[in-house]
Design a protein around this ligand. Structure first.
Ligand code: MSP
Length: 770
């Protein structure tokens, strides 16, 4: 599935969404320009034909012509940046849940404006002021504006520099074009532009984004982890839950590392046409619909043990206030202008689509219509006057940001995808809708005829949650966003550009995941194959379902969901392998004292090279090998979490669990004579090693299966303060160090660790038929 598009204009020069307006001098009276600004158009980069597969990139192509007006819509020249006082940042509100250790609580391309403008239109006066060509060329060299500085594609630096445990590099952002300064006129290369002059961003660069304490690296630093905020137009499905579980597992793992204060934010995206229409279709009002659906998401996340500290609803006053302030920052920075454009709007995707992303179909009445190729939803021709965001000015800053921060987007294929987008056309972005069309949203400050585009509104949740515009500096930009691939462009292109334009740094990292399909098909309401997370949790238990999604979900590629697979994975790895191991190693028949038995160094002596040395104790070369792999597991798991490969971390744990079962089986402890002191030493050592392994697995699995891990660790009598990663020393006695667990009474036996799952009813019916 390819990325959805943001609202933008023209397609590839054909009949797609397109801008209209005028660039001629007559249409831009001086009174309507930005203070100190000359009429201008088209200082974006020379565009290339957009890739067909990129919906978001193609949208908006062929930028709008601009009706130069005061960005505040003709209202007061400056918006008072201090917005009306509202409630401060809300106290973290989360569900009741077990504490998480360490957590503290809550262009000029085809169709661009310049191309759309008749050659020479609106240039009178500019030419007269133009520098002589030599001076202009020198200026151009210094300036490196988007027009002249198309760089070759940034390469990822040496992968060796991206080691899993290296502290994340401090975010780096480029200087921004100072948009409010009057543009200087420079002649363009005659060969390319027929000698026409165009306006370029000025040489001086504006405010640097504020660096805050939050950017400090090292232990103890703060981190905001986020899930996307979910559309409140329908109930949650397992795709939503997957996004949230990934973020939750990262948050919990970070808590185990005691890495510093952390927050996990989530919430609901409540504005926009989609919600407005869904409410109308349901015969209710948008606020009522949102209240109900937002409650469902909160409930689903809580039930799935997502340990969120903050839940933002975009309809909340504190969020709306932050959005208005953010808008003011964009406008005051000169990043907005008013333009009119038209195109095919896809409401379910909340964006304009270019012709290349559309297909011809027939509607329910048999009339021909156009639909989105990706989602199959019908699109409608929309023509309106909007505020535009100068996205085209941010190609260089965005490329530099990515070049300087090669870990900013993971996994790597998505990083590469974003770099490719940045080589394509990057038209300006429509960031408002006419209020007559869209009432359910935040009005543009000082222009009540416009509503702020739902994506700008939604993205600001990552700031409003940390107290923007007052206290966000304590957290921002130490933010890691988990997002699905369909919303990558919004997060990796639009959001960083918007932030830069508002004087803030881009988020530190964006973790991207692919989608769940159902028996090979895209999940959709119309196909009736949407998987309900409540039902899954009921059927497979919270931990069973969490384990399945995180164990089987591979961020780089789509994964297929079917019930039998859940049953198979969960039964074999949680119930049989892990549960069985605990059951066997704590059986009273082999451990009548129900204590953590002692390790015997004579049975399992430390050997530097077990392949070379002849065994002197009772452990075999295979045992040494297995113990070595369990010893390296915590670091391996940490490195996979760091690289957003949680499924690989779980694969390693599952492999070690299997090896432990083999170790136990190989030595048949139940056959050893407990009355014989030598045999008893070896028996205790086998149990000790097995319990040590289980302690490691229980500790490492806490971020994924918190309830089961808690049960396991409680059975092993591991105290809450002993469950962090810093105190995870595996088999200390083997290394000649004391083991605090030896001789400790085990915790109460609370029964089977994980009950085997029943096959789903559907599966039973299908099997019976055979
Ligand atoms: N509201 C926007 C996000 C705004 S964030 C500032 C949105 N909401 S959504 O409800 O449609 O999607 C939320 C998350 O669910 C996204 O990460 C999306 O990728 C994910 N999923 C939606 N369907 C999915 C699958 N079938 N599989 C996996 N995840 C999917 O987009």
């Amino acid at each position: 599935m390819e990325p959805r598009s943001g609202a933008r204009c023209l397609p590839d020069g054909s009949r797609g969404p397109r801008a209209s307006g005028s660039f001629g001098r007559r249409r831009f009276p001086a009174a309507t320009r930005l203070p100190g600004q000359r009429p201008s158009a088209g200082w974006g980069a020379p565009g290339r034909r957009p890739a067909q597969e990129d919906r978001a990139g193609a949208a908006g192509r062929g930028a709008p012509t601009r009706l130069w007006e005061e960005a505040s819509g003709g209202g007061p020249a400056r918006h008072p940046h201090g917005v009306p006082p509202g409630p401060g940042p809300a106290a973290p509100a989360g569900p009741r849940r077990p504490p998480v250790p360490g957590e503290t609580g809550p262009g000029r391309g085809p169709g661009s404006p310049a191309a759309a403008r008749p050659r020479g239109a609106g240039l009178r006066g500019r030419r007269a002021r133009a520098k002589p060509p030599a001076a202009a060329a020198a200026t151009r060299q210094r300036n490196m504006s988007p027009v002249t500085s198309r760089r070759s594609r940034p390469r990822r630096p040496d992968p060796a520099a991206r080691t899993a445990h290296a502290p994340p590099p401090a975010p780096h952002w480029p200087p921004l074009p100072r948009l409010r300064r009057p543009f200087r006129t420079v002649p363009l290369p005659r060969r390319l532009y027929g000698g026409a002059a165009m306006l370029r961003p000025p040489r001086r660069f504006p405010r640097q984004p504020r660096r805050a304490a939050a950017t400090a690296t090292g232990p103890g630093r703060r981190l905001l982890l986020s899930t996307p905020i979910f559309y409140a137009n329908g109930p949650p499905h397992i795709g939503h839950l997957y996004s949230a579980l990934l973020a939750d597992a990262l948050h919990r793992h970070r808590g185990l590392r005691a890495a510093g204060p952390g927050r996990l934010s989530t919430g609901t995206d409540e504005h926009g046409l989609k919600i407005q229409q869904a409410a109308a279709a349901a015969g209710t009002s948008p606020p009522e619909l949102c209240q109900r659906v937002s409650g469902l998401f909160r409930q689903a996340l809580s039930q799935a043990a997502v340990s969120f500290t903050d839940f933002t609803r975009t309809s909340e006053p504190r969020h709306q206030r932050a959005v208005r302030h953010f808008w003011g920052a964009l406008r005051d920075g000169g990043a907005l202008y008013k333009g009119s454009y038209e195109g095919w709007y896809c409401t379910p995707e909340e964006c304009f689509l270019p012709e290349s992303q559309l297909a011809e179909r027939r509607d329910a009445q048999g009339r021909p219509c156009k639909v989105s190729l990706e989602s199959g939803h019908q699109v409608h021709w929309t023509k309106e006057e909007n505020y535009m965001f100068r996205l085209s000015a941010f190609r260089d800053p965005l490329q530099k940001w990515l070049r300087d921060n090669p870990r900013a987007i993971s996994p790597d294929p998505f990083y590469q995808r974003v770099l490719r987008w940045l080589e394509e056309d990057l038209p300006d972005l429509s960031v408002s809708r006419e209020r007559s069309r869209l009432q359910w949203g935040i009005p543009v400050p000082s222009d009540s005829t416009q509503t702020i585009y739902v994506w700008v509104d939604a993205l600001v949740n990552y700031l409003s949650v940390v107290g923007y515009p007052e206290t966000h500096g304590e957290w921002w930009p130490a933010a890691h966003h988990v997002v699905g691939k369909d919303i990558l462009k919004f997060h990796a292109v639009y959001w960083p550009a918007l932030l830069m334009a508002a004087g803030l740094a881009p988020p530190e990292r964006i973790f991207v995941h692919s989608h769940w399909t159902v028996r090979g098909q895209k999940m959709s309401k119309s196909l009736g194959n949407v998987i309900d997370p409540f039902a899954c949790i009921g059927q497979y238990t919270v931990d069973g379902f969490r384990y399945f999604l995180l164990r089987q979900g591979v961020p780089e590629r789509d994964c297929d969901y079917y019930d039998e697979k859940v049953v198979k994975v969960v039964n074999s790895e949680l119930a049989d392998a892990l549960g069985g191991l605990l059951n066997r190693s704590t059986a009273l028949s082999i451990n009548p004292s129900n204590t953590y038995p002692c390790f015997s160094e004579s049975c399992f002596p430390k050997i530097l090279d077990y392949r070379e040395t002849k065994a002197v104790g009772r452990a075999s070369a295979e045992d040494y090998e297995f113990v070595a792999s369990v010893a390296s597991l915590p670091l391996q798991v940490a490195s996979y979490f760091e690289g957003f490969q949680i499924y690989k971390a779980l694969e390693c744990v599952a492999l070690c669990v299997r090896q432990t079962n083999s170790f136990f089986q190989r030595h048949r402890p139940w056959k050893l004579n407990q009355q014989d002191p030598a045999e008893k030493l070896w028996l205790d050592t086998i149990i000790h090693v097995t319990l040590e392994c289980l302690r490691v697995y229980g500790t490492l699995l806490q971020p994924v299966i918190p309830h089961t891990a808690d049960k396991l660790l409680s059975r092993l009598a591991v105290e809450p303060e002993e469950r962090g990663l810093s105190s995870l020393t595996f088999l200390p006695r083997y290394n000649g160090k004391p083991c605090p667990f030896e001789g400790r009474q085990l915790g109460p036996d609370t029964g089977i660790l994980f009950h085997r799952l029943e096959k789903s009813r559907q599966h039973q019916i299908e099997t019976e038929k055979l």
